[in-house]
Design a protein around this ligand. Structure first.
Ligand SMILES: *Cc1c(COP(=O)(O)O)cnc(C)c1O
Length: 394
């Protein structure tokens, strides 16, 4: 084995406007070069309390059981699904996007039976369909995706959905990966029993420590399980030794990621959660006005528009890869194409956290106009940019 010659780390300068990761605030980057302390150091134990308090603020919850899970969003997702699903239980999952399918796959691995409540990709679940699925399957758990990143769809009527589940004594799991810290989301007020998220979307933090919260009722179910959780690493009844009062070793916390998450959450608290939701609506609203005035349409309807992830329909015949490559190669801007039922039909443009700034949106709208004209699409790039500027000036 020869000694590899590997050059210095020099990632290109990108503007991250895709489905995540988003731009990271310099304060968060700086926090990651802070010297390590041990994961059981008394100062780190205090810092854990701070992170938990900040997470409760962002989740809008008083849940004691609020922690950052070691790993990316899929780890906190699997912690929620795996701990709340006992073998043989039925779990109702959404069929209107990519992440509902991932949820179903996790349910199966936990020994549960997933059943789908369907809606077309790009539309939210209809409460009547959820009620009908409850009547038919009587599920033990109901999971839904509040912000479906694959389709740019926000699930409205959340309190209505949780009420249906609670009438049937089921627990509700919410995926808020692409809404937490960017789009209105309220755990306690909306009656959500467990919610999970990730660091690299609207919290604008590098991936690695992922928010999770469970109500007392949800945690009681976890602690009363008949069979142990199939994942040793994500077993919340064991993890409570570390994140609960004992602060005893379970696994080594990703200390640097916890520092980063703390700083990212501090930025949210300084801005104020409601002001942050409003900023996302305002800045993404300019993006939306820009692409619409250019002659394009957003895929989801206005009532379920998701400011943090804008799924923009491409004109017929336009190759999404050509547009995405032009944005990356000529402008250094990252966006993504469609997934699943929307593959080839849409561009997915993120407007999350530190990326959600007026200057970034004007840059994106101008570059998108350039990319579309370059590939021969009929759009009015100037009108798009003018509309985005006007919206920001309102
Ligand atoms: C990104 C995402 C996930 C998974 O998060 P990872 O950090 O990629 O593991 C889950 N659900 C939704 C809605 C997401 O957007």
């Amino acid at each position: 084995m020869n000694r590899p010659k590997v050059g210095e780390l020099q990632p290109p300068d990108r503007l991250l406007m895709g489905p995540g990761p988003s731009e990271v605030h310099p304060r968060v980057l700086r926090s990651m070069s802070t010297p390590l302390v041990g994961h059981l150091d008394p100062t780190f134990v205090d810092l854990m309390d701070e992170v938990q308090d900040l997470l409760r603020y962002v989740f809008r919850t008083d849940n004691e059981w609020t922690i950052p899970v070691s790993g990316t969003g899929s780890a906190s997702m699997e912690a929620a699904v795996g701990n709340l699903t006992e073998p043989g239980e039925t779990v109702l999952v959404p069929g209107n996007g990519y992440f509902g399918e991932r949820m179903a796959s996790m349910v199966e691995r936990a020994g549960g039976d997933p059943v789908f409540v369907d809606a077309p990709w790009g539309e939210p679940l209809d409460p009547d369909d959820v009620a009908a699925a409850f009547a038919e399957h009587d599920p033990d758990v109901f999971g839904f995706v509040h912000a479906e990143t694959s389709t740019g769809t926000r699930q409205p009527n959340v309190p209505e959905l949780t009420a249906i589940a609670h009438e049937h004594d089921a627990l509700v799991i919410a995926d808020c990966v692409t809404s937490l810290g960017g789009v209105e989301f309220r755990v306690d007020e909306w009656g959500i029993d467990a919610a999970y998220s990730a660091a690299q979307k609207c919290l604008s933090c590098p991936p690695g420590a992922s928010p999770l919260t469970l109500s007392d009722r949800a945690m009681e179910k976890v602690l009363a399980r008949e069979s142990p959780v199939r994942s040793w690493y994500l077993d919340l009844s064991q993890l409570q030794d570390y994140w609960g009062e004992k602060r005893a070793y379970h696994h080594t916390a990703p200390i640097t990621n916890v520092y980063a998450l703390r700083e990212a959450l501090r930025l949210v608290a300084e801005e104020g959660i409601e002001a942050r939701w409003e900023r996302h609506r305002r800045v993404a609203g300019a993006l939306k006005a820009g692409v619409e005035s250019m002659g394009l349409a957003l895929n989801p309807e206005e009532d379920w528009w998701l400011p943090s992830l804008n799924a923009v329909r491409l004109p017929a015949g336009v190759d999404d890869d050509a547009v995405i490559s032009h944005l990356l190669d000529e402008h250094g801007i990252e966006v993504a194409g469609g997934l699943g039922d929307l593959a080839g039909d849409v561009l997915r443009i993120g407007c999350m956290g530190h990326s959600a700034q007026p200057g970034n949106v004007l840059t994106l709208v101008a570059a998108l106009g350039d990319a579309l004209e370059t590939v021969g699409a009929e759009v009015d790039a100037d009108a798009g940019l003018a509309a985005a500027r006007r919206r920001l000036a309102e």
